[in-house]
Design a binder for this molecule. Structure first.
Ligand SMILES: [Cu+2]
Length: 276
């Protein structure tokens, strides 16, 4: 794929991978319109786990994602109520009986956060998906993220996030910036918190290292500390606080420590860094 910003018209062009023809991207044109197969991706619902696998799926624009329900009960796939210019731009609700599949085609770049409302709930106080207590992988919730890659206009080059006082979570779960950009985290809590990447994910997830970053709380520094991280590679960064969550290596996800105030909700977040 190739995106060209013309100096005079500000139109974006997309070069077809197959035939090399540039097409004006408005509406988006993808290689399948030039005779190539439409991109597809899949998410599995394994038996007796009450989880989506994999948790985060990066896809190209115009990809049709199919959820395969290999479980013995019905599951739902529903976008969370959160909506921003880069989050849940298309909303969907799918109901998938045991042994069946359902699909959705993503035609707008951005992040899509979805969950199964039969085994997890939307927590309005924190704007997070929380697992129901009865699920086998508790405290992991049955939610997932689809990242539809592509250009998103009007993103800032710098953004902020914070840890509210008396919380063990980040105020915003999803933040988006342009490449190169920065995210500043302020810690209003008494305890120290950390920002570190969930390991062992393959690019374009976590495409660059950010280190293990400690943010002192108000017990350390009057008013709490601010941490600023520079992101110089586009991609989707999935991070967690090592003081309040561990990495579940089976599912490549952050999992809340029992002592964390928002348990079962893990102290995790996503930063989408979009190329200009
Ligand atoms: Cu923490």
């Amino acid at each position: 794929m190739r995106y060209v910003q013309s100096a005079f018209t500000c139109k974006c062009y997309h070069r077809c991978d197959g035939c090399g023809i540039d097409s004006w991207v408005g509406p988006w044109v993808s290689s399948w319109e030039h005779g190539f197969p439409a991109p597809v991706a899949s998410v599995t619902i394994p038996q007796d786990q009450e989880l989506f696998d994999p948790f985060v799926v990066p896809v190209q624009l115009n990809t049709t994602v199919t959820w395969h329900n290999n479980d013995t009960i019905l599951h739902t796939v529903e976008t969370t109520p959160d909506q921003t210019p880069f989050l849940n731009i298309q909303s969907f609700t799918l109901t998938i009986p045991a042994g069946k599949s359902a699909s959705f085609t993503f035609t707008r770049p951005g992040l899509y956060h979805y969950y199964d409302n039969t085994v997890a709930k939307w927590d309005t106080a924190t704007s997070r998906v929380a697992a129901n207590k009865s699920v086998p992988n508790y405290p992991l919730a049955m939610d997932g993220v689809i990242w539809v890659q592509g250009f998103i206009g009007d993103l800032p080059s710098g953004s902020t996030n914070h840890i509210p006082a008396s919380h063990d979570d980040f105020a915003a779960e999803f933040v988006a910036i342009t490449d190169i950009g920065t995210v500043s985290f302020h810690n209003f809590d008494t305890d120290p918190h950390f920002v570190a990447l969930v390991p062992d994910l393959s690019a374009p997830l976590n495409p660059g290292a950010i280190g293990i970053n400690r943010i002192g709380g108000t017990n350390d520094v009057p008013g709490g500390e601010t941490l600023t991280i520079i992101f110089s590679k586009p991609g989707l960064y999935y991070y967690y606080c090592a003081n309040h969550a561990l990495v579940n290596k089976d599912w490549h996800r952050a999992q809340a420590f029992k002592q964390a105030s928002e348990y079962p909700i893990p102290m995790e977040g996503f930063i989408l860094v979009v190329g200009k």
